[in-house]
Design a protein around this ligand. Sequence first.
Ligand code: HEM
Length: 422
Amino acid sequence: MSAAVDTVAADDRGALFRTASAWADMDAWHRRVAEIRRTAPILRVDDPGYAPFWALTRHADVLAVSRDNTIWHNTPRAVLGPDEDWDRMLASGMPLPATLVHLDGTKHRTHRAVTNDWFKPAAVRHRQPRIEELADLYVERMRALGGRCDFAEDIAKPYTLRVIMDIYGVPEEDEPLMMDLTQGIFGAADPEYLGTAEDPGQRMTAAVMRFVQYFKELTADRRACPADDLATVIATGQVDGAPMGDIEQLWYYIIVATAGHDTTSYALSGGMEQLARDPAALLFPLADDEAAIVNAAEECIRWTSPVRHFMRYATVPASVGGVEIPEGGRVLLSYPSANRDEQVFRDPHVFSPTRADATQQLAFGGGAHFCLGAQFARRELRTMLTRLSRELTHVELAGTPEWSRSHFVSGVKHLPLSYRMR
Ligand code: HEM
């Protein structure tokens, strides 16, 4: 077991869900959480500095709560954090989180409708040629790197960032800014992404405040000169016949700018890590087999589950898997755990691109908040896997993969590979 997960004491199981360092070794994390699934699948966590919550580790419980958006609400505190950070954020004057994942009921539905059409299968299909162009560009970059790369940093990250920024309409020169915003929101607990901030809460607040002005200018620009991009849809979006509120609009930009690339990039780098461990058996057989690619992409998503959790709050007294949760009680939906549930997945700890149950994976959540960008993520993965399975003739790990440290969104951040291409 790794040193990082070792620091989580046997009687401190809640730390597995809230401590960033616990996510630095996923094999060890999964071993510990499999034990929790067996012995206390709805784990009550009452740790100092955190209001109590129940961690849901089974597939059935995560799915049931995700689908019931009447009893279970997201609220502005949809992500777990220390109570102190929350209080400090409120005091800082930062606008309360109000992205789609923080809204509920009618407000959520009407705001989601603003961009929904852009994420429907037909609309995403329309973007396929562009996704292919960008995948080709990054495969050529891999070739140019001459047989050795950090696949996560050199390929997966910039490729997935470019695809989303392309539909967004953000120019390439602003991509480093967008990366900074994402790392401030998703990865602030990792020392590599903390920058000069004193703690993750401060890093996140600074990242958001920095973007208030950026998105204000973007709105003014798109209102003056509309373009065929998502930024224009958000800038001109109407809710109930009136322009969206400034705060909702700011957060809308932020979620679309951030939700789509770290997540997809971790699914790709974590999937590639596994494929490179035995390419002859796992990667090369995918070449020119469309159905196999579709399934393999799903398995990469199940295996990596890059979004580590979201919270839900009971609006009335509720029951989950036989456990009573009082009104106002909160639960943590553990997607990585649900995706290794022995009740649903055969040999859940084996990475298998051909597994028949891969489509049962819950990494995109469920119910009203089901990931808006799922079709994009799937296409990005499939398109890149198609090329890699065709173009690579040899690939192996050239060092130890490194995971980012975040209890919210994390995955393989460094993946040294050596390879040969056709
Ligand atoms: C493998 C990649 C991805 C994973 C694992 C992932 C996962 C998730 C999860 C777990 C949720 C919350 C679902 C729930 O609460 O039930 C979510 C919501 C969301 N995702 Fe993704 N996502 C990915 C890629 C993307 C992409 C490419 C975009 C495109 C911009 C995107 C945009 C969003 C948005 C806007 C929401 C909020 C939806 C709502 O609350 O109504 N995601 N995603």
